[in-house]
Structure formats: structure tokens, C-alpha cells
Design a protein around this ligand. Structure first.
Ligand code: C2E
Ligand code: CA
Ligand code: CA
Length: 403
């Protein structure tokens, strides 16, 4: 095993405003990162090394600006994950992020000033789960395994909450963009920790994957959704539900039979469920994956490619797998109404997906203007805060019945 020293993530914060620099560095350190802060951007090049994992970069600085530093990172083929922070206009931020991606840099997102601790922490959480999911390093998962911390529950607690079926499932409505009517709902797992509060799935699902708890977690979620579906069926109002699978679930050759048996146990038709698997989870697929996916289809479940557009895989290759649906990732949806490139990518994706016979769902729709563009481009369904946030059972029932 690697020693823990080597597993600590290294971060650099670059911001000419010392108070901002301190604020970010403090929170990042509190989240377990080893942080260097730089208030003079000219010192960045000297402080940078290839083993830096995360960079918080201010765009607007005297002497050297953030774009120049991005170019420096690109020239050095940096593998660090970059978070751009700035108080400048959204379109400048978007342009900067585009420059970073065009140069092959890994960006995680934008933080607009004034920064809130919650946004910053959730960005760091996303960084951690991204890295854990990519299995580059495992320092944080090991931190959880070592017994947790003030912020983090322990692995044993995760094991317990799964075993005791203490996880909750929320439901986010899916809406058909044509009639703007509810067309189903996606099940999203939630961990309401008694003392640490709400812990998002992006955080604990990767731990469940790493510590061999993911099959149990999936089963708990599936049973909860099947039971809910059974209620709707009994009330003569069948609803189509989508459930997220982890790529690691596909390693279990018995999965198709297990899910079919559970559907039978709850008396729900397998055809009223779509199983979502992320595009990135399908990139390194093994022969088993294709076998399991095909047998899930044979058992009647529908399959969906989730977060499409984040993995740079070809749709032509994915079309050889038995998918029915494609979900366009929210990073494209986010800008489809303001950024020409995002719009072109979205348009091409929708066109190609439809030619391949896939239903297209856009996720993360927050604005009417995004919804209008997507509808014009031929997208079938959408999800997002514009329609509804993910809701607990009863709230979902109210929302659905009010439709
Ligand atoms: P996802 O499958 O891409 O789910 C969509 C995420 O986007 C959800 O986050 C949802 O709350 C959020 N979202 C929905 N509409 C909007 C919007 O308009 N704007 C923004 N900014 N966000 C929106 P959530 O619930 O935190 O889930 C995060 C991820 O965790 C999911 O991403 C999924 O990959 C994973 N996950 C959730 N539940 C499960 C599960 O039961 N099993 C597995 N394996 N993974 C799960
Ligand atoms: Ca999903
Ligand atoms: Ca998604």
C-alpha cells in the first residue's frame, strides 16, 4: 500500500487578493488538501510542479492574468484539475474555460465571486469524487476508511446505513419538452446523516464503489424505487422511473437476474424502468459489461447513457451497445443558450442520437431560454430545476398530482 503522505492532494491557490487567497486556502486545507497560496502571480511558475492536483485560479490579476497562466499550464501539459475563480462576467469565464479545455487542460468548473464556503466545499467534493472515481489516488477514501473526521462519516457508518436501509431516495421529475408534461422521474440517493447532515451522492457513491459496497447500495436503492413504483401502479398511475447504476455494478454477472427477480417480487414490470450508466463508466468497458447490459435489455429494462459529452467517447461506438436513451450532460445544457460552440455540440449530439434511434434527455435545465433552444433542436425530454428539484416521496407525489 502507498503511504498516506504520498496520497495527500496538493493544491495551489492563485489570487492577488490576499484575503481571498486565505479564504480559499483555509477551506481547502480544512478539506484535507495540502495548500500553497500565491498572491503574486509571477511566482506561480516557480511554485508549480507536475504533481499539483488542483489549482484555484483567479482570472483577473495585475502583471500576469489567468489566461496567461492557463497557457503556461497547457505548455507544460499539466494534469492538474483547474477551478477558475473570478468576479468578471459570465461570458469571460466561459471563454476562459473553453480556452482551458481547448488546450487539453482538465477543468472542474467556475467559481464566481463572491465565493461562498458551501460552493467552495462542494467544488472540492466534486474534485475528490472525480479523482476517486478515476482511481488516480485514494487518500480521501482511505481517510474515510480510517474512521472519518468532523466533516466525513466513517466507512463503518456507510456500511451501517446501507445495511440498515437508512439511505433515502429522492425523485426528480422528467418532463417531455413538447407538451411540457411529466414523463417520469429519476431516482437519486440521499444520505441524511444524523450529526453531519446531508451528504451528497457524489461524495459517498465513490466510496461505496471503492469499498465493495456498491452492489448493496444499488440493491437498497432499487428496492426502494420498486416499492414506490408498486404504490403508483396500485393507484392506477404507473410512472416510468430511472435508476442510476454504477459501472462497477456491471461486474456482477448475476445483476440482470437479480433485478428481474426483484421486479417480480414487487410486482412491477421491468419495462417501466430505465437504468442509467455514465458515459465515462462505459469507456473502459470489459466483455462482461456488454454481456450484462445486453441481458438487462433482454430482461426488459431500458438503458440510458448518462452524462453524455463528458467522456469524449464516440457515439458510433456507444451505439453498438443496447441503449435506448442518451442524457446530455448539464455542462452543455448550461451554455446552450449563450455559447455558440455548446449549441453546435448539442445540436450535433441530438441529431446523431436521433439517427441512431436514441431518445434524448437534457439534464440540468435551469432556464426557459435553455429549454427553448433544446426543444428547437429536437430534444425529447428534460430534467432540471426549471421544472423541479429532486423531491422526497411525499413532495414528489404532490408535484406529480398537481400536474
Ligand atoms: P446524475 O445522475 O447526473 O444526476 C443529476 C444530478 O444533477 C443530481 O445531483 C441532481 O440533483 C442534479 N440536478 C438536477 N437538476 C439540476 C439543475 O437544474 N441544475 C443543477 N446544477 N443540478 C441539477 P445529485 O442528486 O447530487 O446526484 C449526483 C450524482 O450522484 C448523480 O448524477 C449520479 O451520478 C450519482 N447518483 C445519485 N444517486 C445514485 C444511485 O442511486 N446510485 C449511483 N450509482 N449513483 C447515484
Ligand atoms: Ca443519472
Ligand atoms: Ca447525469
Amino acid at each position: 500500500m502507498d503511504n498516506h503522505e504520498e496520497q495527500t492532494f496538493k493544491a495551489i491557490v492563485v489570487d492577488d487578493d490576499p484575503s481571498m487567497c486565505d479564504f480559499v486556502a483555509l477551506i481547502a486545507a480544512d478539506q484535507g488538501l495540502s495548500v500553497v497560496s500565491i498572491t503574486d502571480p509571477r511566482k506561480f511558475k516557480a511554485a508549480y510542479s507536475a504533481d499539483i492536483d488542483l489549482i484555484f485560479l483567479d482570472l483577473l490579476m495585475p502583471s500576469i492574468d489567468g489566461i496567461q497562466l492557463l497557457r503556461f499550464l497547457a505548455d507544460n501539459q499539466s494534469q492538474a484539475v483547474i477551478v477558475i475563480m473570478s468576479g468578471v462576467d459570465q461570458d469571460i469565464l466561459t471563454a476562459a474555460e473553453n480556452i482551458a479545455t481547448d488546450h487539453g487542460l482538465r477543468t472542474l468548473g467556475l467559481l464566481t465571486k463572491p465565493l461562498s464556503p458551501a460552493n467552495l466545499i462542494s467544488m472540492i467534493d466534486r474534485f475528490k469524487s472525480m479523482v476517486v472515481a478515476n482511481s488516480h489516488k485514494s487518500g480521501f477514501a482511505d481517510g474515510m476508511a480510517r474512521g472519518g473526521s468532523d466533516e466525513l462519516p466513517s466507512l463503518n457508518e456507510l456500511r451501517d446505513v446501507i445495511a440498515n436501509r437508512g439511505l433515502e431516495v429522492f425523485y426528480q421529475p422528467k418532463v417531455s419538452l413538447g407538451e411540457r408534461r411529466a414523463s417520469g422521474a429519476e431516482a437519486l440517493v440521499r444520505w441524511n446523516h444524523p450529526s453531519k447532515g446531508f451528504i451528497p451522492p457524489d461524495y459517498f457513491v465513490p466510496f461505496a464503489e471503492k469499498y465493495d459496497l456498491i452492489d448493496d447500495l444499488t440493491q437498497v436503492v432499487v428496492e426502494s424505487v420498486f416499492a414506490f413504483s408498486q404504490n403508483w401502479l396500485a393507484a392506477n398511475a404507473p410512472i416510468h422511473f430511472s435508476i442510476n447504476l454504477s459501472q462497477f455494478n456491471l461486474a456482477d454477472l448475476a445483476l440482470p437476474q437479480k433485478l428481474a427477480d426483484l421486479a417480480q417480487k414487487y410486482g412491477v414490470p421491468s419495462g417501466s424502468f430505465t437504468l442509467e450508466i455514465t458515459e465515462t463508466g462505459l469507456i473502459t468497458h470489459s466483455k462482461n459489461d456488454l454481456d450484462v447490459l445486453t441481458r438487462l435489455r433482454l430482461k426488459g429494462f431500458q438503458l440510458s447513457i448518462d452524462d453524455y459529452g463528458t467522456g469524449h467517447s464516440s457515439l458510433a461506438r456507444l451505439s453498438k451497445m443496447p441503449f435506448r436513451e442518451l442524457k446530455i450532460d448539464k455542462i452543455f445544457v448550461d451554455r446552450c443558450d449563450t455559447d455558440r460552440d455548446s449549441q453546435i455540440i448539442t445540436m450535433n449530439t441530438i441529431e446523431l442520437a436521433k439517427r441512431l434511434g436514441l431518445r434524448v434527455v437534457a439534464e440540468g435545465i435551469e432556464k426557459e431560454s435553455q429549454m427553448a433552444v433544446l426543444h428547437d433542436l429536437g430534444c425529447d425530454q428534460g430534467q432540471g430545476y426549471l421544472f423541479s428539484k429532486p423531491l422526497a416521496h411525499d413532495d414528489f407525489r404532490h408535484w406529480y398530482q398537481s400536474q
